[in-house]
Design a protein around this ligand. Structure first.
Ligand code: PEP
Ligand code: MN
Length: 337
């Protein structure tokens, strides 16, 4: 339960309110968003809370979410969350395209990919520097060197960059080189990592875990929001099922479900969602129709030589071709791309 405090509430009034609630056994914590103060309440029912606080005139409203996630829910915030990453607006009517290789391999290759996706209309450059690989013998990423290359190439082509963080020890380094921090499917329930990401200023793109329910995914987002970082993007990337002809089963129903339950922008990653470049275009078109606010797509100039995920990477010309089809889909949805 969340108490929304009136804008001009004095610190003394907040203190009195917190004291009274603590005496009744409620746990309270104060947080701020956009300059507004809120009080989070645990350990009492809505009726009890209403009774305890009835004499306090510093309360604007009380928000009760019927779901186990509060700040991520539409009960807390009706309007869709929108924010800027450099000049790119996330969550607005323009659909945002993030594209690039699975992993940063070298400067020259990344530059060629970046230039091509940018000229095809991509907004954000993706590239992993810390790679969470299933096998310890697979390419693990260039780590800090990869971050430097990504950030340098991003500046050269004038695109914000997104890259994955795989543990809490490298958050500071990743945050200093990347505009958006990605939490991969494998880390969706790394709660310590999520809590620490709640303390950074960079927006976080939170992929859905491969075996996570939508509720667990939204609870993971709540961990970040509850620590004070409101800039979270949800990203559906496929879940694991019995199906073998695709790498994952892209759960597109998660898009309208998550957008209905939460005000957070919802992206789709059709590359990991299918694992085959051939299916990326049809599933990208379907993602837009399902209401996605953005896509994350893997692109490589020589997919057969890619150090990671070549089979699901589009050639730049295929990406450009897909972009022109997606523009038409966006138009029919009264959106732009
Ligand atoms: C990736 O984006 O390259 C990646 C590893 O994604 P996921 O966590 O969805 O598997
Ligand atoms: Mn990948």
């Amino acid at each position: 339960m969340i108490i929304v405090l009136k804008e001009k509430t004095l610190s003394k009034q907040v203190k009195d309110l917190v004291n009274l609630l603590s005496q009744t056994g409620c746990q309270t914590s104060i947080f701020q968003e956009n300059g507004r103060r809120y009080l989070r309440l645990n350990g009492c029912t809505i009726c009890e809370a209403e009774e305890y606080v009835k004499d306090f005139n510093c309360i604007e409203s009380m928000v009760f979410s019927p779901y186990p996630f509060e700040m991520a829910s539409r009960s807390f915030k009706k309007k869709k969350t929108e924010f800027l990453v450099k000049k790119v607006r996330i969550g607005g009517s323009k659909i945002v395209m993030a594209a690039g290789p699975c992993a940063v391999e070298d400067r020259e290759t990344l530059f060629r990919i970046a230039r091509d996706v940018k000229s095809a209309g991509a907004d954000i450059l993706r590239g992993g520097a810390y790679k969470p690989r299933s096998s310890p013998y697979s390419f693990q990423g260039l780590e800090k060197e990869g971050l430097k290359i990504l950030s340098e190439v991003g500046s050269l082509v004038d695109m914000p960059v997104i890259t994955e963080v795989i543990d809490q020890y490298s958050i500071e380094t990743v945050a200093s080189y990347s505009d958006i921090i990605q939490v991969g499917a494998r880390n969706m329930q790394n709660f310590r990592l999520l809590k620490e990401l709640g303390q950074v200023r960079n927006p976080v793109l939170l992929k859905r875990g491969m075996s996570a329910t939508i509720e667990e995914w939204l609870m993971a987002a709540e961990y970040i929001l509850a620590e004070g970082n409101g800039k979270v993007i949800l990203c559906e990337r496929g879940i694991r099922t019995f199906e073998k002809y695709t790498r994952n089963t892209l759960d597109l129903s998660a898009v309208p479900v998550a957008s209905g339950l939460s005000h957070l922008p919802v992206f789709v990653d059709p590359s990991h969602g299918t694992g085959r470049w051939k299916y990326v275009k049809p599933m990208s078109m379907a993602s837009l129709a399902a209401g996605a606010d953005g896509l994350v797509v893997e692109v490589h100039v020589t997919p057969e030589k890619a150090l990671c995920d070549g089979e699901q990477s589009l050639l730049p010309e295929k990406f450009a071709e897909m972009m022109s089809s997606l523009k038409k889909v966006a138009l029919t949805l009264d959106r732009t791309l």
